[in-house]
Design a protein around this ligand. Structure first.
Ligand code: AMP
Ligand code: MG
Length: 308
């Protein structure tokens, strides 16, 4: 565990600090300090209508932000927390508009990461979007944060994140739970635990999605990103190929994921960033929609946005 004292002090003084979680690195600020939260929007270049997820270290802290916690939330918390599931609940009136972008709901999760939990247990609840410049691939290594925000930026060091995609965002404020952003916790897992069906809205109404973040350009490297064509051979030296099922053997510009979609999820943002560092013009990804794996909706959502 890294020494956290300096970082806890920075948060208490109203600064932002990047920290590892199991999904991606987060850019944390005190959830009750409007000046600190404003720094997140400025540093990231994040549109002000895109709300932030509150990260807690104890279930009890949910009550600071919401006093309408349905039974379904308790059931899901019991099963999936700590973990990559953000729950959207009605917010208490005192929750800052800067956190919710003026919405009357607030998203909350508890990360499954020892350093993150230790940190939040000392600072109190933190709002934490991904620690990247808005629009860029999310950070899954501390060096990605430094690439975007500079060598001297305060980042709590950790390993590469173990999931590599952001949390599933589930809205519990309507008649039926609704997935607003897909993540590694799948619709089926949620339905199995709740015992009834949930809605998925992230592919409809992209113009005015209920999760404001879904309408913005995201996860984009400088390189173009596209799908591998049906009969296409991976033979262009300007392209970085990310292959799943075809077998061409690995080389400097061909990465074989050998049917492992969890590995692709863990590495996708790093590979998009690698393409820029190594000067590839294009990242070419083999389509995985016909494969059978619960992470497909989340991975597809990220790749489609990177393609733009
Ligand atoms: P990020 O933390 O950058 O991965 O983005 C957080 C995601 O959660 C964005 O897509 C937000 O739009 C979404 N989000 C956060 N709070 C809410 C909320 N109260 N209602 C709906 N979506 C939310
Ligand atoms: Mg983000």
């Amino acid at each position: 565990m890294p020494d956290l004292i300096r970082y806890i002090d920075l948060i208490k003084k109203g600064n932002v600090v990047a920290f590892p979680t199991e999904t991606v690195y987060g850019l944390g600020a005190d959830a009750w300090n409007p000046t600190a939260i404003q720094k997140i929007f400025t540093i990231k270049g994040r549109p002000s209508d895109n709300p932030l997820i509150v990260h807690v270290s104890e279930e009890e802290q949910v009550h600071e932000f919401s006093d309408h916690i349905p039974d379904s939330a308790h059931t899901l918390i019991e099963e999936f927390w700590p973990g990559p599931l953000s729950l959207v609940l009605p917010k208490k009136s005192k929750v800052l508009d800067a956190v919710t972008a003026g919405l009357d709901t607030v998203a909350i999760r508890m990360p499954d990461h020892d350093t993150a939990i230790e940190f939040i247990s000392k600072t109190g609840p933190l709002v934490a979007p991904s620690a990247n410049k808005s629009g860029r691939p999310s950070p899954t290594k501390s060096e990605h944060v430094k690439t975007d925000f500079g060598e001297d930026f305060p980042v709590i060091d950790g390993e590469a994140t173990k999931i590599g995609l952001e949390s599933t965002v589930l809205d519990l404020t309507g008649d039926q739970p609704e997935i607003l952003r897909p993540g590694s916790i799948s619709r089926k897992e949620i339905e199995d635990v709740l015992g009834f069906s949930v809605h998925e809205s992230f592919f409809d109404h992209m113009e005015r999605p209920k999760s404001p973040g879904q309408k913005y350009s995201h996860y984009k490297p400088k390189a173009e990103v596209r799908w591998l064509g049906a009969e296409e051979e991976p033979d262009d030296q300007d392209c970085l190929y990310l292959l799943l099922t075809s077998n061409y053997g690995s080389s400097a510009n061909i990465i074989n994921f050998n049917n492992d979609l969890d590995l692709l999820a863990r590495q996708i943002y790093d590979r998009l960033r690698q393409a820029d560092i190594e000067g590839f013009s294009t990242v070419v990804i083999e389509n995985f929609q016909d494969m059978d794996h619960p992470i497909i909706p989340a991975l597809l959502n990220r790749v489609q946005k990177a393609i733009g």
